[in-house]
Design a binder for this molecule. Structure first.
Ligand code: PLP
Length: 467
């Protein structure tokens, strides 16, 4: 398997290079030169198999020849031991008469779906750095859940220093404590006076600085890292197999921010998972659903919502889709992306918009609608869903195309991560699991920095073991 950049400047990279580099040197994102297609016979053989077996078969074509099957299988096996559900990503009935399911992705150490990919990434990084006798500085931006998942995946790992930027005051208290109560020496939390998009821009700017990038051997675990997309394709496959694939199709509804989760669904579909509908659900930060309606990608101010992990205007992974829709023409896409960043606005070409509409359905749900869904689901089923999941349930129900095809809503976080919103909807907060309860009395470790590139770079210079 070889990878290329969406901006056309790099081709022929192997999986392990792509893993460690994160962002391509030309500013683009890495994508496989072609997505592997598994034969129906292979899918048939996977029905009824365990999570680890499915994960190994689905990911193997992406990591060859750097990994052989046995080594990947062993690594997968080790990566999911901290999940407290034996199936890792279980399906739960939401409404059996309607054929609605929740795909619970929050059984990992930080109670959000980010753990599914990042627990694996931690092991992939460690193996690769040991093999190269190398060390890296991982920098990342988080709207809430990536931060803690990355910290749990990388804490006290040999050869890895992690600097995690979060927008100050714009993540929930539980999310903040999950990050800041970790006191391993290789973990650094930076609270930036700005939005998530500001944090993400700071990270991108540091990657764009050649000298800084190579001096610190910068690496990324944000959803721009291809390995995360790859790891997330697994639960689309496992859920579809549980519901009758490859013989019968499945629809998915995905609460979307950075477009990493739903893009993995798109890749799974290209691999042969029979996905009849991919529903993109946003909150009021709805650039992707507005683009779907109007054909124009137009950046607006980020509005804080009750689903903060989706408070994003610049969805990085959307570039991966656009690369395909622009005919894999890197230089052309590079020009489009540069115009978009310069003007805050770009019109999608007619054929690009048409293709986008063919592949996805999209809509938004505001905070009132979100609270209503949380209340309705609880009243009908006794299940408490988190606000992100609720956005997916609300939009999924309204856009579902075929009532005979099972509809799987991705349950992206445990409701106890967002107790204020759940309490506002239900009158009482969800019961926090042990993993959250233990955080309350612990001291927090973080530094507040302005939204200023030089200040952040100086901080990393000062606190990095390598400077
Ligand atoms: C990260 C996150 C999302 C958004 O996922 P993307 O891959 O960024 O689209 C949605 N819900 C929760 C709970 C998240 O943590």
């Amino acid at each position: 398997m070889r990878y290329e950049s969406t901006r056309g400047g790099v081709r022929g990279r192997g999986f392990s290079d792509v893993l460690l580099e994160g962002l391509a040197p030309d500013g683009g994102l890495y994508v496989p030169e072609s997505v592997p297609h598994l034969e129906p016979a292979t899918w048939h053989a996977l029905a009824g198999r365990s999570w680890s077996e499915i994960a190994t078969e689905v990911m193997l074509p992406f990591v060859e020849p750097d990994y052989e099957r046995d080594e990947l299988a062993a690594l997968v096996e080790r990566s999911y031991t901290r999940f407290t559900h034996p199936e890792v990503a279980p399906l739960r009935v939401l409404d059996s008469a309607a054929g609605e399911w929740l795909l619970e992705l929050f059984w990992g150490p930080t109670l959000a779906f980010k753990d599914v990919a990042l627990q694996l990434l931690g092991n992939l990084f460690e193996r690769e750095l040991a093999r190269r006798s190398n060390a890296v500085t991982v920098i990342g931006a988080t709207s809430g859940d990536t931060g803690s998942a990355a910290i749990e995946a990388l804490r006290s790992r040999e050869g890895i220093e992690l600097f995690m930027l979060h927008p100050r005051g714009r993540v929930s208290e539980v999310q903040r404590r999950q990050m800041t109560t970790v006191d391993d020496a290789n973990i650094h939390n930076l609270a930036i006076e700005g939005t998530f998009d500001d944090c993400q821009d700071l990270v991108k700017a540091m990657f764009a600085d050649e000298a800084f990038r190579s001096r610190h051997a910068l690496s990324a675990v944000n959803s721009i890292n291809w390995a995360r997309v790859m790891a997330q394709t697994v639960y689309y496959a496992s859920a579809a197999l549980h519901l009758g694939a490859p013989a019968s199709p499945v629809a998915f509804s995905v609460p979307t921010g950075n477009f990493g989760n739903i893009y993995a669904g798109h890749v799974a579909r290209q691999m042969g998972v029979p996905i009849s509908q991919l529903i993109l659900a946003t909150n009021v930060n709805d650039i992707l659903s507005r683009a779907f309606d109007s054909g124009s990608l137009l950046i607006q101010d980020v509005a804080p919502s009750t689903s903060p992990a989706m408070d994003i205007q610049i969805s990085s992974n959307f570039e991966r889709l656009l690369f395909e829709l622009y005919g894999r023409d890197g230089p052309r896409l590079a020009a489009v992306m540069e115009r978009f960043r310069l003007l805050g606005h770009v019109e999608l070409a007619e054929d690009v918009l048409e293709a986008y509409r063919e592949l996805f359905d999209a809509d938004r749900l505001d905070d009132d609608g979100t609270r209503r869904v949380i209340a309705d689901v609880y009243q009908d089923t006794g299940i408490v869903v988190d606000p992100h999941t609720a956005v997916g349930v609300g939009v999924g129900r309204s856009l579902r195309a075929d009532g005979d095809v099972p509809l799987v809503m991705l349950a992206c976080a445990h409701p106890a991560k967002f107790p204020e919103t759940v309490a506002a909807a239900l009158g009482e907060a969800p019961i926090p699991p042990d993993r959250i309860q233990g955080l309350a009395g612990l001291p927090e470790h973080f530094d507040v920095l302005p939204n200023d590139l030089n200040a952040v770079m100086a901080y990393i210079e000062e606190h990095s073991v390598r400077s």
